[in-house]
Design a protein around this ligand. Structure first.
Ligand code: 3PG
Length: 372
């Protein structure tokens, strides 16, 4: 794989695919992490050439239609301010200026989603160098994340992309002492992640709704908790690895809206109550691992009274001597909400792509870059 720092870009026309897919409400950007994470690559390129065209998607608009609510205009303005530069906003690849510019939401373009050859070629041919820095979109085989890399005469990974791969690869290498922590609501959506992490880790701690299904499979009473009965056999089979660590105490209530919350042992969950959060303690988080990989909240953290497990975990991870790698959409949201120091070894910018990577799946953009 070619990396940006080893690629000659001096005075070249550079196309840069980034993932600036951030929540925007009434023109206001609600989360800036992905924008800040894209800055080092943009600044690096601008040091070597002024001819830079930044390409991103935003949301999931209908292809072939312009939708003002999904325009990248607010993002372009954010970069204009940060870089103290005027940036032109383009809506086609025909006349790319010799100065920094932004392309309108690439998902407005017909053929982006289906990796259309014409669009891929158009993108690939208009630039001397195509830099892929959108790790968070590396799991999509779209024209700008796959075809354009394949067809470009000179494509490389950007600084963020290289960094993401380096950190994830080094954590998941053979013979590392890894503890994995997987939360979230459903076993079915995380099954491949759990299965793959079980092969790499000495233990996998489960939390969130996922823990309910494992607790039921282990014969514990779970009252009215949400559970995936169709995953019980799978959960039983995974428990035979003896690597799955279940919560010992949980927070229960009649419903997520209820104000009466009790902390009980997993042996004593009342019939009319639901498990909505877990209590985390050192008993269930073994120490002394070189790496800890974390994905998914441990309770309904959006509701204050069910955010204990997730908050405790963040505090524990921030003080851990292990190298902590965290990622995933809700995980990033929880870190932003509760982390005071953000002392994690590495927080990935990716949501779905992080899960695909943890599942052991090949990511199309990585594969395309590897062939360059
Ligand atoms: C993300 O936010 O996970 C990425 O930008 C990918 O977005 P998508 O799921 O709409 O492809």
């Amino acid at each position: 794989m070619n990396h940006l720092e080893q690629t000659v870009i001096k005075d070249k026309k550079v196309g840069l695919r980034v993932d600036l897919n951030v929540p925007i409400e009434n023109g206001e950007i609600l989360s800036h992490e992905r924008l800040s994470a894209a800055l080092p690559t943009i600044l690096y390129i601008l040091k070597h050439t002024k001819k830079l065209c930044v390409i991103t998607h935003l949301g999931r608009p209908r292809e072939g239609e312009f939708d003002i609510n999904q325009s990248v205009m607010p993002i372009k303005k954010w970069f204009e301010k940060r870089l103290n530069l005027d940036i032109e906003l383009l809506n086609n690849f025909e006349n790319i200026p010799e100065n920094i510019c932004f392309m309108e939401n690439i998902r407005f373009f017909k053929g982006e989603k289906d990796n259309d050859k014409n669009l891929s070629m158009q993108i690939a041919n208009v630039f001397d160098v195509y830099v892929m820095d959108a790790f968070a979109t590396a799991h999509r085989s779209a024209a700008s994340t796959f075809g354009a890399i394949e067809l470009s005469k000179n494509a490389c990974a950007g600084l963020l992309f290289s960094d993401e791969i380096k950190n994830l690869e080094s954590a998941l290498e053979e013979n590392k002492q890894i503890l994995s922590i997987v939360g979230g609501s459903k076993v079915s959506t995380k099954l491949k992640v759990i299965e793959n992490l079980l092969t790499k880790s000495s233990s996998v701690v489960v939390g969130g709704g996922i823990a309910n299904t494992f607790l039921k499979a282990a014969g514990k009473p779970i009252g009215n908790s949400l559970v995936e009965d169709n995953m019980l056999d799978t959960a039983k089979e995974l428990l035979t690895t003896n690597k799955i660590i279940l919560p010992k105490s949980v927070y229960v209530a009649e419903s997520p809206q209820s104000n009466q919350v009790n902390l009980v042992s997993v042996e004593d969950v009342p019939k009319n109550k639901m498990i909505l959060d877990i209590e985390l303690n050192e008993e269930i988080i073994p120490v002394d691992h070189e790496y800890i990989i974390w994905n998914g909240p441990l309770g309904i953290f959006e509701i204050d009274q069910f955010s204990n497990g997730t908050k405790q975990l963040i505090g524990f991870l921030e003080n851990s001597k292990s190298k902590v790698i965290a990622g995933g959409g809700e995980t990033l949201f929880a870190i932003n909400k509760f982390s005071e120091t953000n002392k994690f070894h590495y927080v990935s910018t990716a949501g779905g792509a992080f899960l695909e990577y943890l599942s052991g799946n090949k990511l199309p953009s990585i594969e395309a870059l590897r062939l360059k």
